[in-house]
Write a protein that binds this ligand. Structure first.
Ligand SMILES: NC(=O)c1ccc[n+]([C@@H]2O[C@H](COP(=O)([O-])OP(=O)(O)OC[C@H]3O[C@@H](n4cnc5c(N)ncnc54)[C@H](OP(=O)(O)O)[C@@H]3O)[C@@H](O)[C@H]2O)c1
Length: 334
């Protein structure tokens, strides 16, 4: 695998997003399959694994802890706090809580589930707008001093918030949705990361399956599939978005790669500080995705690709109205 840099870490140019091994896109795979995907990634040279306290309300970190503990010195472990499952009325609900005491508790719980003494890269999953970001990042910097985490990151924040956080503690990475169909980081965040020397980690880099030509019938989504609440995947918007795919697939063919690889190769070509983290439940898809690192895209093809799939050609917002209130990123209107 080619290598890129995130703060003090040298990592594979493509990491593994582990969320969908425990939740998000329908029924998660059985634990044995999740384990096979993690170990196949490690065998293929992936050295960045991305999880969060939120994913499966802790189940995702537990899987990583169980499967990857014997290999802990071979990879950079990234997790996130400040948004997690909280018990209520016999159930569990997702809560954004960036108070220092919540961050400290999230981190302790994550360390236990991950079966490790230290998390390499610890992100604030969402900026809790009720808490100054300086306070949340201040608590995270205490975790660095205590040796519980090594470096800090932020997720779904604006350039202004990145700079406020950077004034408290060096920020090694910013993780936000970025792909051909979600270009918001191009407004200001990619530049802010370059300016402060942080890596940029695009999440949902293959557009939650859309850019893999893997989603044809949105009415077949499982009841728990999070794409059900995303405006781009409503039947009407998705039908419009599907019309982009024939020309997109033709460009992939011209580039000599698959649609998923084209989406990832485009990100790798955008800047050297970008490290995408596609998610998959399939070893075959993992191998295909990692193949993107070898794909070369000519400037002319890149230009045609960007003209084809962008914020103006896509129908529907990336997030629901509720989720939009929870992020702090500069957004193109859709
Ligand atoms: N910070 C945040 O707020 C945040 C939010 C969302 C995600 N994330 C992180 O980013 C990671 C990736 O994002 P994501 O999972 O939302 O989106 P993604 O990587 O864009 O898309 C994942 C979807 O694409 C499919 N897929 C991947 N490669 C494929 C291939 N080669 N062929 C066909 N289908 C393919 C997967 O299905 P299969 O399982 O069938 O391969 C899955 O349904 C997550 O795992 C998580 O770690 C962070």
């Amino acid at each position: 695998m080619k290598q890129r840099t995130i703060g003090p870490f040298t990592v594979s140019a493509i990491g593994l997003g582990c969320m969908n091994l425990s939740h998000a896109y329908g029924t998660p795979p059985p634990p044995e399959q999740a384990g096979r995907v993690l170990l196949a990634a490690l065998d293929a040279g992936v050295t960045l694994f991305d999880t969060a306290a939120l994913y499966g309300f802790g189940a995702n970190e537990s899987i990583l802890g169980r499967v990857l503990k014997p290999h802990r010195n071979k990879f950079t472990l990234a997790s996130k706090g400040g948004m997690a499952g909280v018990q209520f009325d016999g159930g569990v609900k997702r809560v954004i809580d960036g108070r220092p005491e919540a961050i400290r508790r999230n981190c302790e719980d994550s360390l236990q589930r991950l079966q490790t003494d230290v998390i390499d890269l610890y992100y604030l999953h969402r900026w809790d707008k009720k808490v100054p970001v300086e306070d949340s990042v201040g608590a995270m910097s205490d975790l660095v001093r205590a040796g519980k985490v090594r470096a800090l990151g932020l997720s779904e924040v604006s350039a202004a918030t990145i700079r406020k956080a950077q004034a408290v503690h060096p920020i090694s990475a910013v993780q936000t949705e970025y792909s051909l169909w979600t270009r918001n980081p191009e407004i200001a965040v990619l530049d802010a990361c370059r300016e402060i020397g942080a890596a940029f980690v695009p999440f949902s880099p293959v557009a939650r399956g859309f850019l893999c030509d893997a989603v044809h019938d949105v009415s077949a989504f499982d009841a728990k599939d999070i794409r059900r609440s995303m405006p781009r995947f409503t039947p009407e918007n998705y039908a419009a978005n599907l019309k982009l795919l024939p020309a997109y697939k033709a460009l992939a063919q011209e580039a000599g790669c698959t649609p998923a690889q084209l989406a990832l190769a485009w990100l790798l070509h955008k800047a050297p500080h970008i490290v995408p983290i596609p998610g998959t439940t399939s070893v075959a898809h993992l191998e295909e995705d990692l193949g993107a690192q070898a794909v070369q895209l000519a400037p002319d093809l890149l230009a045609r690709l960007e003209a084809l799939v962008n914020q103006d050609s896509v129908s529907g917002h990336r997030y629901s109205a509720q989720s939009r209130t929870e992020v702090d990123t500069e957004e193109f209107t859709a």
